[in-house]
Design a protein around this ligand. Structure first.
Ligand SMILES: NC(=O)C1=CN([C@@H]2O[C@H](COP(=O)(O)OP(=O)(O)OC[C@H]3O[C@@H](n4cnc5c(N)ncnc54)[C@H](OP(=O)(O)O)[C@@H]3O)[C@@H](O)[C@H]2O)C=CC1
Ligand SMILES: Nc1nc(=O)c2c([nH]1)NC[C@@H]1CN(c3ccc(C(=O)N[C@@H](CCC(=O)O)C(=O)O)cc3)C=[N+]21
Length: 306
């Protein structure tokens, strides 16, 4: 079997048209909308993302404030930045890029965010609502994974409900912004769900888990982690990984996912490439959440209790 390559850029373009209309509607209603990103240090994936965010916000005419703080920033310095953005009326949504340097208390920082502006649903209020199946915001990456899957199923003529009810979705990686919320979104679709982390690999049982998956969501940050022997014939493979790969011939760095694409393509039913898969949809979804947050700002006060 040779897999269908899912065209994330095309899906992103379609979604972008909808979001552009939402941005215009905000302007008509006289509502301000703006995105702030906070990057601490110099992570490859975060840099790639901020570059993409700059491009899409300028295309959609959404103001973007990109804050970059040094890797040795103190907890207080990051907290001061969040407090400033919470109070800034030109900012409707705030994205704090992960990973943060290890000396920082990530949960403590997320808790400082105004829940109304927390478009990635990392504040306990929003993470809790999401886990309860009543999300205020769908975090952009897992939302994009399921947007891509839903759209692809529609295009393939599959009944979504029927597909999910008889499928096992295996999620590799259980970070708070990708793996865990992806599991919540899989629960919402009433699929069978399995969540695995680095111990599946360390205990030699990675393939035992992944070979049973009808849908494999890979978000580990390990290039080449998934090869054809790890998947069942006919599985749908969604690759979230964004990793640097140095080409020794040219000395240039390019982006690869967590899946060995050329190998897996011969065994999967459908696969998302990197670049051009989940990433471009994530970019648009972030702006969509920023727009939603601008409308929410009218009903949720920025000073509500944490
Ligand atoms: N395309 C997109 O839109 C986005 C891409 N990304 C990319 O996705 C990747 C994951 O991001 P994120 O979730 O934030 O990363 P984290 O580093 O926060 O989490 C990685 C998770 O993967 C698990 N893991 C690590 N190595 C293995 C392994 N060998 N086998 C199985 N599980 C493993 C870890 O396990 P444990 O918990 O035990 O340590 C952890 O749960 C990164 O490459 C990131 O750049 C992220 C967000 C958006
Ligand atoms: N709190 C938080 N949320 C995130 O969602 C988050 C984060 N932190 N930290 C960093 C990672 C990485 N990430 C990307 C998303 C899209 C592309 C993207 O659109 N990439 C293009 C181009 C890739 C290239 O060629 O460099 C593509 O995949 O086609 C890249 C990277 C979001 N992340």
């Amino acid at each position: 079997m040779t897999a269908t390559i899912i065209d994330g850029r095309k899906m992103a373009d379609a979604l972008q048209e909808q979001v552009a209309a939402e941005v215009r509607a905000l302007a008509v209603d006289g509502i301000r909308c703006g995105l702030a990103t906070v990057a601490v240090g110099n992570d490859y994936g975060s840099r790639a993302y901020v570059t993409r965010i700059k491009r899409i916000t300028s295309r959609l005419a959404v103001p973007h404030q990109a804050v970059t703080l040094p890797a040795d920033s103190t907890q207080e310095a990051v907290r001061d930045t969040i407090a400033r953005l919470n109070a800034d009326a030109s900012v409707s949504g705030v994205l704090i890029l992960r990973p943060l340097p290890p000396h920082l208390d990530e949960a403590g920082i997320f808790q400082e965010l105004s829940p109304a502006k927390d478009i990635e649903a990392v504040h306990p209020d929003n993470a809790g609502l999401l886990a309860l199946g009543r999300p205020r915001y769908l975090p952009s990456t897992p939302a994009s994974v399921f947007h891509v899957l839903d759209e692809w199923l529609d295009a393939a003529g599959e009944d979504r409900a029927d597909f999910y009810h008889r499928s096992l979705i295996v999620v590799i990686g259980r970070s708070n912004n990708v793996g865990k919320p992806a599991v919540s979104l899989a629960y919402d679709r009433q699929a069978a769900v399995e969540s695995i982390d680095v111990w599946a690999s360390r205990s030699g049982r990675l393939g035992w888990h992944t070979r049973r998956a009808d849908v494999l969501i890979v978000a580990a940050g390990v290039p080449g982690l998934i090869r054809s022997e790890h998947i069942r014939e006919g599985a749908i493979v969604l690759d979230v990984g964004i990793n640097p790969l140095l080409d020794p011939a040219t000395g240039r760095t390019r982006t690869v996912g967590d899946v060995d694409f050329d190998d897996v393509i011969n065994r999967a039913r459908a696969i998302t490439p990197v670049p051009g898969g989940i990433g471009p949809v994530t970019d648009v979804w972030l702006v969509r959440n920023t727009v939603t947050a601008a409308r929410n700002a009218l009903t949720i006060t920025a000073t509500e209790p944490k």
